[in-house]
Structure formats: structure tokens, C-alpha cells
Design a protein around this ligand. Structure first.
Ligand SMILES: [Zn+2]
Length: 325
């Protein structure tokens, strides 16, 4: 069978590597003890004590006696089911989409990602599970998202606050707050480009974070919440934030989408050398075959594979597009 973590063929539901990395080698049952109704009930129960989970379709889990059970505050895992609200097409594929996109980022694009897998409710419905990166050996690691770094909040900036910013200004925050800023800027550039290629238009301020290392300085956190949102909401804007504060390329003003020149300029604005930015873009463009191969062995049905492929190939074409000067 195919591993519910990494897609590799093996005898068990989770291969040994995934079992070790995600579940600390414990023999976790890949079918949870509860179904979605009970998930909801738990969520409502816990929400009385936790205001934050009231708005999110996820609950905390911990391992007890080789079982994953819901918990309020000491969870090492987050469980995300198929969303309860109908807000787009094919919502039943959202867990599969998030899992595939995270695996693609990690396995093919070599982006550091939160550990993740698929798991099933007791009635067989699929859900996405991810291991929290802000906890290690029971110790809480300091984490801050970019909405807080940018001082953006609903109360002072309105309900659209997560989107009312630019990737250019996020890069400025990285330079300001992170010691090894060049390494972090390269990571950030890759993540923004990856999101564009897979059609993730939900990479807003709260979906990027910094975490404190043992040496006390901060670094970008592993990537999380990656998915092709265009698969579900096809006509939304291509990116959650605009790339630039003010700048508009000739290519963008002629065509209305970000292309090669825009990503070149974006990298340059961060202070990366032209040759490095060219290399980063070209390295990603070379991954077409591997991207489609991984998509082929994913858990999507054939129709969804086709739709994902269409979005990806369209974006690839956009990034390859060079405006005649
Ligand atoms: Zn695996």
C-alpha cells in the first residue's frame, strides 16, 4: 500500500521513516477512535476555554497509549478535517490537497515543512494531520507570525488585515528581525515562488512565522498551511498579498499577472544578486517532471490530478513568460 505520509509503497499504512519522524516510532492506528461528529463536539467543548480554536476548523491531538486523542492544551498534533463550511469547489479534497502540496514542497522543492500525513476518522473520512513545530520534547518553542511582526491586527487594520500587506514589506521584516537574513530571504523567496506555482492564493501574513532557535535568535519557521487554493476558488487573485508595495513591471501592466521579470525584480529588491535569483527561478522551473510524477502517485482522484496539473502548468508558463523589452 501507499504510505499515508510520503506515498512510498510499503507494507504498512505509514512507512518506517514517516512513523519515526511523525509519530516517534509509535504504532499509531491510522484510524482515529472518533468520527467527525465527535470531532465537532470536542471542538465546541474546547472552544469554551480557548477562543482561538473557535474560528479554526482544527483540534489538538496528543498520543496516549499509541492512540491519538483530542486534548486542550498539550497537543503535539493538529487535526484538520474537510472544512465544515462550503466555500468553494471540491472541498472534500482539501485535506488531500494540503497533504500533497506540503509533500511536494518538501520532497521535490526541498522546502522545510511541518511534518504531516493523512489519517482517517472512525467512519473512514479522511483528514489532514500535522505535527506542531512549536513544541519539542514537551517544551514550547517561541513562535510569532508575520501579522504580529508587521503589527497588523483586525482591531486596528480591519478584517482584511492578513491580506493588506506586500511580500516586499515582509522581506523588510525578515531583514530587520532575523540574524541570518540572507539565508532566510532565500527561503522566503522560494516559498513565495512555490506558492505561485501551485496556485496558493492563501499565503497571507498569518501563514508565515518565525521561531526561536536554541541559540535564542529567530529563523523562519518550517512552512505550513500550503495548498492549492485555486483548486477550490478558481477566480480569486493569484497571490494572497501583492509582491510589491508600489512597483509595477511592464510585463505586469501589460498582462495583469506576475511573470519572470516580476520575480527577478522581487529577488533584487530583497538584495539578492541577479545571478542568485536567476538560479533560484531556474532551479524551480526544472522540477516540472518531478512535480508531475509526485502528483501522479498522490491521493487525488484522476479528475483532481488533472485540475491540479492544469493550474501548475499555467503558472509555470506565467513564470517562464519573459516580456519583450
Ligand atoms: Zn512514508
Amino acid at each position: 500500500m501507499k504510505c499515508l505520509g510520503c506515498f512510498k509503497q510499503n507494507k504498512n499504512i505509514y512507512c518506517n521513516i514517516c512513523k519515526k519522524k511523525i509519530f516517534d516510532n509509535k504504532n499509531i492506528n491510522a484510524i482515529l477512535d472518533f468520527d467527525k461528529k465527535e470531532f465537532l463536539f470536542t471542538k465546541i467543548q474546547f472552544s469554551k476555554n480557548m477562543s482561538i480554536s473557535g474560528v479554526q476548523d482544527k483540534i489538538s491531538l496528543k498520543i496516549q497509549d499509541n492512540k491519538l486523542i483530542p486534548t486542550i492544551d498539550d497537543g503535539e498534533y493538529l487535526l484538520k478535517p474537510i472544512p465544515l463550511m462550503e466555500y468553494g469547489n471540491h472541498i472534500e479534497s482539501i485535506p488531500i490537497n494540503e497533504h500533497f502540496t506540503m509533500q511536494l514542497a518538501h520532497q521535490v522543492y526541498r522546502i522545510e515543512c511541518a511534518l504531516n500525513a493523512l489519517i482517517k476518522f472512525s467512519d473512514g473520512e479522511i483528514a489532514y494531520i500535522t505535527r506542531r513545530f512549536d513544541k519539542k520534547n514537551e517544551i514550547k518553542i517561541k513562535q510569532e507570525d508575520f501579522a504580529s511582526l508587521a503589527n497588523m491586527s483586525e482591531s486596528s487594520n480591519g478584517e482584511n488585515y492578513k491580506y493588506d500587506y506586500s511580500y516586499e514589506n515582509m522581506a523588510k521584516l525578515i531583514k530587520k528581525y532575523l540574524v541570518a537574513s540572507k539565508i532566510e530571504l532565500v527561503k522566503f523567496f522560494k516559498l513565495v515562488l512555490f506558492n505561485y506555482l501551485v496556485g496558493n492564493a492563501d499565503a497571507h501574513l498569518k501563514n508565515f512565522s518565525v521561531v526561536q532557535r536554541e541559540t535564542k535568535d529567530y529563523t523562519l519557521s518550517p512552512a505550513y498551511d500550503l495548498l492549492s487554493s485555486s483548486l477550490h476558488i478558481p477566480n480569486e487573485s493569484r497571490t494572497a498579498l501583492e509582491l510589491f508595495e508600489e512597483y509595477e513591471s511592464k510585463s505586469f501592466s501589460e498582462n495583469g499577472f506576475y511573470a519572470y521579470d516580476d520575480f527577478m525584480k522581487f529577488g533584487e529588491m530583497m538584495g539578492l544578486s541577479i545571478s542568485l535569483v536567476e538560479k533560484l527561478i531556474n532551479d524551480f522551473l526544472k522540477l516540472e517532471k518531478k512535480t508531475l510524477e509526485l502528483l501522479e502517485i498522490s491521493f487525488f482522484n484522476e479528475k483532481m490530478k488533472e485540475e491540479y496539473k492544469k493550474i501548475y502548468l499555467d503558472r509555470l508558463k506565467a513564470v517562464l513568460y519573459k516580456c519583450s523589452k
